[in-house]
Design a protein around this ligand. Sequence first.
Ligand code: MN
Length: 749
Amino acid sequence: MNEVTNTAQQDEKLIEDEFNALLSDYINSNHRQKIDIIKRAFHFANEAHKGIKRRSGEPYILHPIAVARIVCRDIGLGSTSICAALLHDVVEDTDYTEEDIENLFGKKIAQIVGGLTKISGGIFGDKASAQAENFRKLLLTMSEDIRVILIKIADRLHNMRTLGSMLPSKQYKIAGETLYIYAPLAHRLGLFAIKTELEDLSFKYEHPDSYRDISRKIQESEEDRETVFRHFAAPVASKLKALNIDFEMKARVKSVYSIYNKMQNKGIPFEEVYDLFAVRIIFSPKDYIDEKTDCWKIYSTITDVYKLHPDRIRDWVSRPKANGYQALHVTVMGPDGNWIEVQIRSAKMDDIAERGFAAHWKYKVGETDEESELDKWLKTIKEILENPEPNALDFLDTIKLNLFASEIFVFTPKGDIKTLPKDSTALDFAFSLHTNIGFQAIAAKVNHKLVPLSQPLQSGDQVEILTSRTQTPNHDWLKSVNTAKAKTKLIAYMKRDKKNKIQKGEAALTEFLAQSNIVISPIVLDKIITHFCLKKKEDLFYKIGVEEIAVDDNLKKYLKEKSENVILKYLKMPFGKKDASVPADKIITTPEPAEKINRKETYVLREINGRNNYSLAACCKPIPGDDVLGYINDNETVVVHKRSCPLATKLKSSFGPRIISAKWAEHNENSFAATIYIKGIDTVGVLKQITRVITDNLEVNIRSLHIDTNDGIFEGKIGLFVHDVVEVESLCAQLKQIKEVKIANRISE
Ligand code: MN
C-alpha cells in the first residue's frame, strides 16, 4: 500500500499530461480536427472513473487515455474511435449506460462502446463452449463495425504492456489469449507493429527464461550487427545519394518471438539464425506515380553493389498481400559474407505496413476497390458465424484458420515460398510455377506424400509436382483448380484442343466412309448423328476425335443395314470415370427387363440388343472369367456375384431358392470395372513404368490411379476397365515384371 504515494494533485498533473499528449498526437494526424468532442469524452470518462485506481496504483483513466493514444497514433483512426476508446470502459465499470453515451455523444460512438462492452469478458473461459461463444460475440461485433476490434486490439495492447501488475494466474491466461486470438487478428488487419509487440509481450510472459535469454543475446550482438550494417550501408547510400533519391536506411532487428520461432522450427541455436536483422530502405518518391519504378531503381542499385540471392526476391509492390502489405524484399550477400535481407518501401508503403489498413484508407480517399479484400474477409467471418460448427473447438479453429485466410504460403522442394489464394490445389500450384508444368502434371507430392492433383493445399505444405511429357489436360481438370490463372489457361487449352479433336474426328470419319464406299452426304451424317443421340455434327466429330465413338465395322454394318438397336456397342466406356463407392448391396448396371429365367438351367450372362441380361454386384465386382453365380432380386433381375463373395455366401444361406448357376457368354465386348492392388519399392520412374505398362495394353482403360508412398514403399490401387479376367491377369503379370513391383493382384474394391 505504501508504494502508492501519489497525491491527488500529482495524479491530476499526470492525467493532464497524458491527455495533452493524446491531443497533440491527434492534432498532428491527417484527420479533420474535432477536438471539442474528444475533450468532452475525456472529461466525461475522467469523472466517471474518478477515484478508481488500477492494480498498479495508477489512476484508472490513464488506461483509456493510453488506449486512445494507440488508436490515434499507432492505428491512425479518427475522433469517433478516439472518443470510443476514451469511453470504452465506462459502461462496463460505472453506472452509466449505452443510452447515456448515445445521448451525450451520438449513436455511432455509443454503438462502438456497446460493442466493446459486449466483448469485455475474456475469450478463454473455463469451458470451451464459453470460449467459442465469447469469440463469436467478438467477431460478430467486429463484422458490424471494424473499429470495435481495432479499439479492442489497442485495449489489449495496453493491457499487455501493463500485464506485470496483474496476478500471475491471470497473466498466463491473458498472454495465451493474446497469442491465440489478438496477434493473428492484428496481423490479418495489417497492424504489423502491434502484432509484433503483442507477440513479444505474450512470449515474455509465457516463456520468461527464453525471452530473457534471446533479448540478452540480441543486445550482446548489437555491436557486431552495427558493424555489418555500416559496411553494408555505406556504398549503397552513396550510390543512392548520387541518384538523388530521398531515403532513410536502417537496420531492423527481428522480434524476439520470431527469432524464438525460427530457432524452434529449424532446431538451431541463436547464433545460427542468419537473418537476425533486415535492412530497411524507406524512400520518399518525388511523385507517387513513380513509386514502383523507384523501388526497382533502388533494387538495381543494391544488386550492382552486392550479389543477389536468386531465390529470395519478394515483389509485394506489384502484388500486395491481402492485408495490404507492400514492399520489395531482396536478399544479397553483404560485404562481410552474410546474407542480408533488404526491404525497399516508400514512406507510404511503410506507413501501411506498420499501421495497417486504417493508414491505408488515408491514402485511398475516393477509391473503393482496395477495401474489397477486407470486406470479403469480413463477409466470410459473417458466414461462418451464421453457420457455426456444432463443436465449439472446431469452430474456434475454423475461425482461426480464417484469420490467415485468403492467402496461403506453400514451399517448393527447394524451400522457395509461394503465395497462393486460399483453396488452391496442387494443380493450381503447378500452374503458378509454369503453364507447361500445369499442362504436364500427372501427380503431386505434398509433404513427400503422393497425392492427386486435386489435393487442396494448406499453408506450410511443401509441394512437388510430377510431370510427364506425354500428359495432356482433360476437361475434369477444371474441377480441380481454383485460381484464375489455372482456369484461364485450361479453358484456352480446352478450346484449342476441342478444335483439334473435331478436325481429327472429321478426318477420321471422312476417311472411314471413303474406305467403306459410303458417299458422305448430309443425310448420312444426320443418320449417324441421330444414331448416337447427338445434336450437331461437331459433337459427332469430337466424339470420334476422342475415340468415344469408334468408326469400325459395326458402324459400317449399321449404315448398310440401317439396324436401329446396336448403338450402345459403339460407345466405349468413358475414360477417367470416377469410381463412386457403391454400398455392397447395390448393383452397378441396370439391365433390360430380363429374359425368362429358367432356374433349373445354367443362366448365360450375355448381351441382348446391346443390353446385358444381368447386373453386376458392386461388392465383389465380377468380370468375365470369374466363377460366378446369379441371385434373382425382387425385380426378377439376375445379379452376378463371384462364387467366393462373402455376400453371396450369406445370400445363399438365407435366400437359397433365389440362387441360380450362371456362366459368361463366350464373347463379350463390354468393359468391366476391375481394380488392381499394387505395392513395391518406390524409385524414380517406377510410376512412369507402371503407367506405360497399362497404356501399352490397348484394350485396357485406366479409370483411376491412386498411389501413396511411405518410407520408400509405394502402395496403391489402379482402377481399370477390362473385358475379362484374362486381361487383368496378364496385366498383373506384366506389372510384376517391373523389378520394383512386388505385388500386383486384382482385388474386389
Ligand atoms: Mn480496457
